[in-house]
Design a protein around this ligand. Structure first.
Ligand SMILES: NC(=O)c1ccc[n+]([C@@H]2O[C@H](COP(=O)([O-])OP(=O)(O)OC[C@H]3O[C@@H](n4cnc5c(N)ncnc54)[C@H](O)[C@@H]3O)[C@@H](O)[C@H]2O)c1
Length: 497
């Protein structure tokens, strides 16, 4: 009998993520080094000084991508595919080693693709940042998380700018891709790069169309959606804004070679803000449906039915879906970059704060719903045995950054619930920034095992789960994603929340 489709999945992703958290982070700073100024100065004249933005329309450019993660690696492979010579720079020597032998550490990035470009010498990886001086363009794709006070942590961007600075060459194009608040490129990256003695003046307008500078600097936000099979990097339009018009044109010329459409804006600030608007739009709309879900639950109305009905309107409506809370590296994090910056202007971003409040309350709602469902069976939350399905922040990805499941597990722990988890993408968990689940292993899903728990929480709706079999085998199913909508048998065991 076929019960558990996910058994067929390769369980590599979780191991990679464990590795990223445990090994890569401590090595980050140590691996970076700065060779002597003499060495880089002696190469200053190797680049043409009169390089025009149109140069970046050319073939066989040398492109350096700093940060070979979820964003940088696909970007590097796309430039390689377009025929350029790409070097991926990363502070993590293990990742660099893997890339240079054609291995992938990200579930949805195919090994064969990396191998192909390593073999054709279109792609290689390096920890040696002195090689940045050989590049025509340098694209920065390093993390921009929040610190423990939920304020922007720009240390990775700052550190990267400092690594570029000693190797900066005349005529080079530097583009920041990391998501950040408006002003970062001009206020943080530019002053560090200009410590090299090279200049890139901040300027706008037609009168500055050809303003002179030593290097080009731009911001272009990444819109990568890992695992999205419909829109890959090449199909997603890219917004580009320069510190001055020639920088904008240089970045447009470069990206025009690898994406279907480039959308120029007048400044780096506009490009930085555009990315934040996209993510705030999602964050606020998700909060809206989460709040409406809570009301619908009280009113006895099926919120998912309501959303499907509203989505039949062919204009002016876009569906968003409720869930156990926000997850991923972007949506729970990026809006707070703007709220933080807004304070400098005596401005309160109330939509962002309200959305944050609603979304962060959702894991608590899940645990309260579990308590209510158990109560109906004359059981208490404390001392109950619970299986949590899915730790990834969304379905079918090997990424648990900011996953609401981690918060749910923390609340369960505090309320005295004995819980285990299953996730085909994470065979075991590890110590993270905010949580330590280092001793936990994904338990097998089978009917005998399922029957042991007082309840099963569906936290992430992976496609590989067989929901009918889960409902059949479980005593009670608390479904946070409406994943059981097609289940016909035993619906009385399902508690939608
Ligand atoms: N992951 C996404 O879906 C996504 C989508 C759009 C935008 N973004 C944004 O893109 C940026 C990168 O995110 P990501 O998901 O690729 O992060 P990631 O953690 O997957 O990758 C970052 C990489 O940078 C490396 N690194 C860290 N510090 C470095 C340094 N000083 N020099 C060189 N390498 C360094 C790390 O080892 C890692 O390989 C973030 O600003 C993020 O908000 C991410």
């Amino acid at each position: 009998m076929k019960f558990w489709k996910h058994w067929a999945l390769p369980f590599k992703g979780g191991q990679r993520n464990c590795y990223i958290e445990q090994v890569a982070r401590p090595l980050r700073i140590r691996a970076q080094f700065t060779p002597s100024k003499e060495r880089s100065r002696s190469k200053l004249h190797a680049m043409p000084t009169d390089r025009k933005p149109e140069f970046f329309k050319g073939a066989q450019l040398r492109v350096g991508i700093i940060g070979c993660g979820y964003v940088g690696l696909p970007l590097a492979l796309r430039f390689a595919e377009a025929g350029h010579r790409v070097t991926g720079f990363d502070t993590d020597p293990k990742k660099v080693e893997m890339l240079n032998v054609g291995k992938s550490y990200i579930e949805h990035i195919q090994q064969t693709k990396i191998q192909q470009y390593v073999n054709s010498r279109h792609f290689s990886a390096a920890t040696d940042f002195s090689r940045l001086d050989e590049m025509d363009a340098i694209l920065i794709c390093v993390p921009t998380p929040l610190n423990e006070y939920r304020e922007p942590d720009l240390s990775y961007v700052e550190q990267t700018a400092k690594s570029v600075q000693p190797h900066l060459q005349k005529g080079q194009l530097v583009v920041l891709e990391s998501t950040t608040y408006p002003g970062t490129t001009e206020e943080l990256v530019l002053p560090i790069l200009e410590k090299s003695g090279l200049r890139c003046p901040i300027a706008a307008g037609t009168e500055n169309e050809n303003v002179a500078g030593d290097f080009f600097l731009a911001f272009s936000p990444e819109r990568e959606d890992p695992g999205n099979k419909q829109y890959g990097l090449a199909q997603i339009p890219k917004v580009v804004g320069g510190v001055n018009p020639p920088s904008g044109r240089a970045a447009q010329a470069l990206y025009g070679q690898v994406v279907a459409k480039v959308v120029p804006v007048s400044s780096t600030r506009a490009a930085e803000m555009a990315k934040l608007l996209e993510n705030i739009f999602r964050c606020v709309n998700i909060a809206l449906v989460n709040e409406l879900k809570l009301l619908c639950l009280r009113m006895g109305v099926d919120v998912w039915e309501v959303i499907e009905a509203a989505a039949s309107k062919p204009f002016g409506f876009m569906p968003f879906y409720p869930g156990p809370g926000l997850g991923g590296h972007c949506i729970p994090v990026d809006p707070f970059y703007l709220s933080w910056k807004a304070r400098e202007y005596d401005f309160a971003t109330r939509f962002i704060e309200l959305a944050g409040e609603i979304n962060t309350s959702m894991p608590y709602h899940v645990v309260e719903s579990l308590g209510e469902a158990l109560n109906r069976q004359k059981k208490s939350l404390k001392g109950s045995k619970v299986l949590v399905l899915g730790v990834a922040y969304k379905k079918d990805v090997d990424d648990l950054r900011e996953s609401p499941t981690l918060k749910i597990m923390e609340i369960l722990q505090k309320r005295g619930v004995e819980f285990e988890y299953n996730d085909p993408y994470f065979p075991h968990l590890h110590k993270m920034r905010h949580y330590d689940y280092s001793n936990m292993k994904s338990v097998p899903l089978n009917p005998q095992n399922l029957g042991k728990y007082d309840a099963v929480i569906i936290a992430t709706d992976h496609s590989s789960y067989d929901y009918s079999a889960i409902v059949d085998g479980a005593k009670l199913v608390v479904d946070t994603r409406n994943a059981t909508r097609r289940v016909i048998r035993n619906r009385d065991k399902i508690f939608l929340c």
